[in-house]
Design a protein around this ligand. Structure first.
Ligand SMILES: [Mg+2]
Length: 450
C-alpha cells in the first residue's frame, strides 16, 4: 500500500521487479524457477509473460509467509537438492551472487547457507538443502525459513558477503528511490584491463566493416588494453580471421583470435596428452585446432575423444562412428551449441542440431566449448591474464555473448549492429550492463573516460 501499487510491479531496469528477480534466478542457472504469487495475483502474473517460470497462486496468502513457502517447496521435483528463497524486494541480488551461494553450499556440504552482511547481520536470500524441505513445508503463520535456524545450528553456515549493499531491500518508497538513484550506468570503464569481443555483427557484417572498427583497435592500443576476438564459429581458422581483418585495414595476430574449436582443443589439452587419438567431426577449423595441439586424428579406429563441430559434409556414417565411440566410453566435446546457421535462403541446421542427434543416440551430454558455456571465455581470460571483473565482453547476441559474460560475472556491452534489436531488450531476461548502437558509439563513451 505504501508504494501506491504492488511492490512486485515497481519498475527496475525497464521491467517489473518480479520479472527482474525471476530473470536473475534463471540467469544464475537455477532450475526450476518457481514464482509464488498471492495478493494482487491478477496484476502480477502478466508481468511474468514469456519467462520460463512456473507460476503458483497462493490463495491462502493472508495466513502468512509460511503458506507461500510450503506451496513453493511442494512444487519442487525430486531431482532438486536445494532451494533458494528469493524475496521480490532485493533488486541488487544478481546471478553472480546466487551462483556464489550455490558454490558455498557445495564447498561446505552445508544444510543451510545464510549470507552475512554488515555487523554480522544474517540476511536473505537463504539456501536450504533438501533434508529441510519437509520441515519448511510444515511451517505455519507469518514466519519464513529463519524459524529453522535455532533448531539446526550445526547444519547452518554463514557466507560473508564482500559487498553487503547487495542485500539491501526495498522496504519503503524512500529506499526504492535511493536504490534507483544509486544504480547509475554500471559499466566502470576505468576498471577495464581486457576485452573479449565477438566479431560477426560487431566488427563486420559479411564483408562490410562496421562503424568504429578502426577507432576501436586504436583505442585498445593507446590504452594498453588486452583483447581476444572470440567466436562460436568453429569452421574458420584464426589465420582466416587475421586475413579478413587485414583486408579491412586492421593488423592483428592469431594469438588474439579464439574460436570455439581452439577453445575445445585447449580444453582437451588439459585432459589428454599429445598423441591421444581423437575422432573429429567438422571442417578445417576443428581439424587444424586439434592437430596444432598435437592430437592424432583417427578415422574411426578406437579414439579416446570425439570432438564435434559444424560439418557441411556430415554423413550418417560419421554420426554412427561418433555414437559407437561415445557409447564405448570416449569423451564427448562439442565446439558450440548454435542450433542453426544463417544462409542466404534461410536457417539451416547448425552444430547444435548435429550435437542433438548424438545426445539422442548416446544419452551423453557433451562438454560444450562455445558461448554461453564458460570454456571459451575462460580460455580467453587465461590468455590475457585478466580477471572476470576487469574484462569487458562486447557482443551482438544476448543469448550467447552477453549471457556467457554475465554467468562469469564479467561486465557486458551489447551493440545493436548485429542480431539483437533494441525492442528485444524489454522482453529478454538477459540484461547487459550497457547498450550501444554500434562499436563507434561504444568507443565514444569509452574515450570520454580518462
Ligand atoms: Mg555476433
Amino acid at each position: 500500500m505504501r508504494f501506491g501499487a504492488p511492490k512486485q510491479l515497481l519498475p527496475w531496469q525497464g521491467r517489473p521487479l518480479i520479472a527482474h528477480v525471476a530473470d536473475m534466478a534463471w540467469l544464475a542457472g537455477l532450475s526450476p524457477v518457481v514464482v509464488v504469487v498471492g495478493a494482487e495475483a491478477e496484476q502480477v502474473v502478466p508481468a511474468l509473460a514469456g519467462r520460463e517460470v512456473q507460476v503458483l497462486r497462493n490463495y491462502r496468502w493472508q495466513q502468512g509467509m509460511s503458506t507461500s513457502l510450503a506451496l513453493g517447496v511442494a512444487a519442487l521435483p525430486s531431482s532438486v537438492d536445494a532451494v533458494i528463497f528469493l524475496p521480490v524486494d532485493q533488486p541488487l541480488v544478481d546471478a553472480r551472487f546466487l551462483r556464489s551461494l550455490v558454490t558455498y553450499w557445495q564447498q561446505h556440504h552445508a544444510g543451510i547457507v545464510v549470507p552475512v552482511g554488515r555487523e554480522a547481520q544474517r540476511g536473505t536470500p537463504v539456501l536450504f538443502a533438501r533434508r529441510f524441505f519437509a520441515e519448511l513445508a510444515n511451517l505455519s503463520g507469518d514466519i519464513g525459513g529463519r524459524a529453522l535456524f535455532a533448531s539446526y545450528p550445526d547444519a547452518l553456515v554463514t557466507m560473508p558477503v564482500a559487498n553487503p549493499d547487495i542485500l539491501t531491500d526495498v522496504d519503503t518508497p524512500a529506499a526504492y528511490e535511493a536504490l534507483l538513484a544509486r544504480r547509475s550506468p554500471s559499466l566502470a570503464w576505468g576498471a577495464i584491463k581486457g576485452v573479449i569481443c565477438d566479431m560477426d555483427g560487431v566488427l563486420w557484417r559479411g564483408e562490410t566493416p562496421l562503424p568504429g572498427l578502426h577507432e576501436f583497435f586504436a583505442l585498445l592500443e593507446s590504452r594498453h588494453i588486452g583483447y581476444i576476438l572470440a567466436t562460436n564459429n568453429a569452421s574458420k581458422t584464426p589465420e582466416q580471421y587475421v586475413d579478413k581483418l587485414s583486408r579491412m585495414g586492421v593488423s592483428t595476430t592469431t594469438d588474439h583470435v579464439l574460436n570455439s574449436a581452439t577453445a575445445a582443443a585447449d580444453y582437451l589439452a588439459t585432459q589428454a596428452a599429445p598423441g591421444t587419438p581423437v575422432y573429429a567431426i567438422g571442417g578445417p577449423g576443428v581439424r587444424e585446432a586439434l592437430l596444432s595441439h598435437g592430437f592424432t586424428l583417427t578415422d574411426g579406429e578406437p579414439a579416446a575423444y570425439v570432438v564435434v563441430g559444424w560439418d557441411r559434409e556430415l554423413t550418417w556414417r560419421k554420426l554412427a562412428t561418433a555414437t559407437l565411440l561415445i557409447r564405448g566410453g570416449a569423451g564427448f566435446i562439442a565446439t558450440n551449441p548454435d542450433r542453426t546457421f544463417p544462409m542466404e535462403n534461410g536457417l539451416v541446421p547448425g552444430n547444435g542440431a548435429q550435437v542433438a542427434a548424438l545426445i539422442t543416440a548416446t544419452d551423453v551430454t557433451p562438454v560444450m566449448a562455445g558461448k554461453p558455456a564458460p570454456l571459451l571465455y575462460e580460455r580467453a581470460l587465461a590468455r590475457m591474464g585478466t580477471s572476470p571483473e576487469e574484462t569487458l565482453v562486447i557482443g551482438d547476441r544476448l543469448d550467447t555473448d552477453i549471457l556467457g559474460g554475465l554467468r562469469l560475472g564479467m561486465p557486458t556491452a551489447l551493440v545493436l549492429s548485429g542480431i539483437t534489436r533494441a525492442d528485444e531488450l524489454h522482453t529478454s531476461p538477459i540484461h547487459p550492463d550497457a547498450v550501444f548502437d554500434d562499436l563507434a558509439a561504444l568507443v565514444r563513451a569509452w574515450a570520454m573516460i580518462d
